[in-house]
Ligand binder design. Sequence first.
Ligand code: PSU
Ligand code: MN
Length: 309
Amino acid sequence: MDTPLRISEEVREALAAGRPVVALESSVVAQGLPPPHGLEAARRCLAAVRAGGAVPAAVAILEGTVVVGASEAQLARLADPARAPAKAALRDVAAVVAEGRDAGTTVSATAAVATHAGIRVFATGGLGGVHRIPEGEPAVGAADVSADLAELARCPVCVVCAGPKAILDVAATAEALETLGIPVLGWRTSELPAFYSDGSGVGLEHRVEDAAQVARVLALHFGALARREGVVLAVPPPEPVPREVVDAAIATALVEARNRGVRGKAVTPFLLEAVARATHGRARAANVALLERNAGVAAEVAAALARVG
Ligand code: PSU
Ligand code: MN
């Protein structure tokens, strides 16, 4: 059987030469942001990685091939809802490939593919995690927990994000990261950011001031200590929306999701869009800005890591 992984020439050459490479996820392009914002975000992320001195390696599934280093044209195709791309978490990858479909890859799938390709740094917007239980609903059965967490626990990559998505139970997600043994570093902050906002009330013990410091921690964690858990680098959003505004919007979005019976992998894109609507686009602008910022910081970290060796 042919390997379904296709690494672009530029990414392959950079990896072979030990030059910095940053993986990018694509579910945010395909499902996380509606047109034209998905493609705009993708373009800005690609440019930010290059400006930071690294080669972007956008991961996507196109006609059943897992592409590492997707081009802008390929990402444009994913951003077109008329083509109905799938949302591929890691568990969906084999089936989507077998079906020959297109898919955006979530954090879990992208972390696994990046690890397979030998890429150590990866940028996204917000991490998936433990979902909230809507008010009035019994806390029975398994909670909705993103596969991002379990997969990150077995992929030695540094995920640069603005913390867990604010639509989640951020404190519970922080606890889950601790249980899984996933280190969390605060980028010039001692508080876990919550995606749209710079604060969550959850303190962070390990604060880093620059990329060289992150690279030293990564070299110790993945190298000297030979750990396989990923590392979260939490970067505060550059255009934060005040927490009261976000919280009110999320409360509305959760009720809307429950009333419409939204379930499974549709929950996260639905909530993000509902929050964007309830904040008159403010949350969406914050989302795109933080994606770009995270891509830029990831490039700096990849460059510093390439220097450490
Ligand atoms: N970051 C964003 N927007 C997104 C996502 C991340 O700014 O839409 C995506 C990521 O791909 C993440 C996914 O893995 O949302 C989580 O989805 P779920 O909660 O269904 O696991
Ligand atoms: Mn889920």
